[in-house]
Write a protein that binds this ligand. Structure first.
Ligand code: IPD
Length: 306
């Protein structure tokens, strides 16, 4: 049977690259031969948006808490990505879940319809501060199953991508999770998210303390979940977990980790649920289960809660 989603996959890779391109002055504009004129114009506009944002003062607003940041760049970039995708696939059969559209009140429901799940700027806090890890994350699901994921780590200029059943790649090189099974030889990533209530911060740091005391080689965090998952997929770290994360932060990374030979679970060891805001990604079951033993759970509101 012909591969129904190859065009969508190829297009997502181009849109993510164009979206996250940070050009130095006088560098030629990226061109993408297969983009139709309109999306290509949009993609180039995106380049200008990111560039301009780098040159000007970044206007910051807050969302769920005083440390949950959003910039005009996030909003404009999401509009451009979704606009480009709609021009190609907007015949009414595809749905779109985007971080900024949801925060403005659009529904965050995963149905059986082909659905694009987008984080235009994963690592907004990094972006605001110039901490050099920012990613564009685009995933695609059909019948609630993730078909592909694309993460463009803009400042590293690394394109991570994976299609279900076809392996995971960084640029054109196939990537694989690490083969470490000894927890004492692992590096683990955990982030603390944007909820600063004393109950949650206490649990997060108590979990981190217990993991450090196992002991592991180290605890890390890049400030972007999408990039963290690509670090698991490429074998730089053994696991990344977070409670309080959103579907757009992790959808693309989930495909990339699985296709690199890793696994995605719930933080209690049960099956992964994209809308649950809980995620454990690891190179193997031994590492995942050992970390899960230390995780102190706390409640979060699901992404698809009414
Ligand atoms: C955030 C990043 C961060 C994670 C937060 C996310 P954003 O996404 O992925 O690593 O810890 O939970 O909200 O807001 O920068 O797109």
């Amino acid at each position: 049977m012909a591969d129904p989603w190859q065009t969508a996959y190829d297009f997502a890779v181009q849109v993510a690259r164009a979206a996250g391109a940070v050009r130095k002055k006088n560098e030629p504009r990226p061109t993408s031969p297969t983009l139709t004129p309109e999306p290509r114009a949009n993609a180039l506009l995106f380049v200008q948006v990111i560039r301009k944002a780098g040159e000007e003062e970044i206007k910051i607003q807050t969302k769920s808490s005083a440390v949950d940041l959003v910039t005009k760049t996030d909003e404009r970039v999401e509009k451009i990505i979704i606009g480009s995708l709609k021009e190609q696939f907007g015949d009414g059969t595809h749905c779109f879940i985007g971080e900024e559209s949801v925060s403005k009140g659009e529904a965050c429901i995963l149905t059986d319809k082909p659905t694009w799940i987008i984080d235009p700027v994963d690592g907004t806090t990094n972006f605001v501060h110039g901490f050099p890890f920012v990613a564009v994350s685009i995933a695609f699901a059909v019948n609630k199953q993730l078909e592909f994921g694309v993460v463009y780590s803009c400042l590293e200029d690394k394109m991570y991508k994976a299609r279900r059943g076809q392996g995971a790649f960084c640029d054109d090189e196939q990537i694989q999770v690490s083969d470490v099974k000894d927890i004492n030889k692992s590096i683990i990533i955990s982030e603390h998210g944007t909820d600063r209530s004393i109950e949650k911060v206490t649990k997060i740091f108590s979990t981190m303390q217990k993991i450090l005391r196992i002991p592991v080689h180290g605890l890390r965090g890049s400030g972007t979940a999408a990039t963290n998952m690509c670090l698991v997929a490429s074998g730089a770290v053994e696991a990344f977990f977070e409670i309080g994360i959103h579907c757009w932060d992790i959808a693309a990374g989930a495909v990339i980790v699985q296709e690199a030979g890793g696994l995605i679970l719930d933080v209690d060891g049960g099956p992964f649920d994209l809308m649950s805001r809980r995620m454990m990604s690891a190179n193997n079951d031994v590492i995942a289960r050992r970390i899960i033993k230390e995780i102190e759970l706390f409640p979060v509101v699901r992404d698809d809660a009414p």
